[in-house]
Design a protein around this ligand. Sequence first.
Ligand code: SAH
Ligand code: SF4
Ligand code: F3S
Length: 469
Amino acid sequence: MENLLAREELSRQKLYMADVAEMMKVRARGPVPMAYVRTYGCQQNVADGEKIKGLLSEMGFSFAESPEDADFILFNTCAVREHAEDRVFGNVGALKNIKRRHPATIIAVCGCMTEQEHVVERFKKSYPFVNIVFGTHVIHRLPEMLYTTITDSKRVFLRGHEGEEVLEGIPTRRDGKSRAWVTVMLGCDNFCSYCIVPYVRGREKSRRPDEIVKECRELVEAGYKEITLLGQNVNSYGKGLEEKVNFAELLRRIDQIPGDYRIRFMTSHPKDASKELFDVMAQSQHIPHYIHLPFQSGNDRVLKEMNRHYDREQYLSLIRYARSVMPDVSFTSDVIVGFPGETYEEFQDTLSLIREVEFTSLFTFIYSPRQGTKAAKMPDPISHEEKTRWFAELLKVQEEVAAARCQKMVGTTERVLVEERNEKSGLLSGRTNSSVIIEFPGEDDLIGEYVTVKVTSARSWMLFGELAQ
Ligand code: SAH
Ligand code: SF4
Ligand code: F3S
């Protein structure tokens, strides 16, 4: 039923697409309408940005490198920390001048920020030059929103309800030719006490496994070399599906697609990471022995206050199991410093966990209060200056750990997918199976290909090498 409605909805949008395409031809400043899409935040947003660009492409848009050259400007925003939001308000504010010079420019803001009432109010009141503001559940209605702004010259504010199932069939314009993102599930049900994501992305919904496998097969056949499966908590994949399939089983099915490619996935929540997952990784053809497994804090009291549903020992036992089935496995993680009420002693437990696990890299954040979350109401006596000192201490420990790990890789031979040429160093750049950045000399035609690289030296968290063939 839902899927039928979804199909009807997409055909309704097709009608708007044709009209917008015609109208934009006239409205554009140049020979073709140009769009500038800027995405902030996590890969989920990047994947949404590719769908938005897919829709725009079908409406005849080409893509501009700078907002100055665009007839349509869209900011796809992230709400995870205050700093991220402040940047967006600043950057959107700066568009006022472009609008003054080119009044026909259409300006839109979407993404996680605009799922919050207080943010929408702020755009409504203080940013009158923004034409369209829409939420994360109505991306597919962009053609209709453009149509309304163009024909009525009215501002559009749209937020939708989440459907029961994931809407399939939205066109996608992928940014890369060798690496692709595939969303396997949307939303998050975990409500970690500090986190805004469940409020702005809604409840967990999984895509059907056959749809996912089909998309992955098409990508491999089209020559993609790395597929990253996305979800806020991929390990709880499958909830609510008719067919009983968990994430480990989904990986098993994708792994059977023949070809030379690698499967990555993120994010794994430790509370749902199973031995079965590590077993599948160990036995697979295409999954590197690498996992991003955010621990957030090494202290049990803090973990409980964060509502993470695991303790330090459970986390470490997962790491031990993964190492027992994949001796060469490597880990990266996310950490929060200065959660409300965290003491310096408790923070030391985070440092000791980093030393114990030896992460290859860490994504580190100072706690940022988010309106509407449980943690935002908790007493937070430690000053920001103090937290900044702890943060510097953490970075120092992580640098030591990562440098030691990288040093150990010197002399080994690594399989690397060449991603780009680093303009600064002039070297080719890619990642090892363990997701460590490595640079080496080579020709441009290797970009997008797998190569074997011998690691010759290491510098803190990155490697240098030379082609081995
Ligand atoms: N679903 C993923 C990650 C979501 S957000 C997971 O559970 O791991 C990415 C990271 O941002 C989180 O892992 C956390 O470390 C950080 N983060 C989320 N909310 C935050 C906040 N309010 N302040 C600081 N960091 C936060
Ligand atoms: Fe946020 Fe926790 Fe969900 Fe990750 S699992 S998105 S940190 S609520
Ligand atoms: Fe940010 Fe939304 Fe991702 S809040 S981290 S873009 S899910």
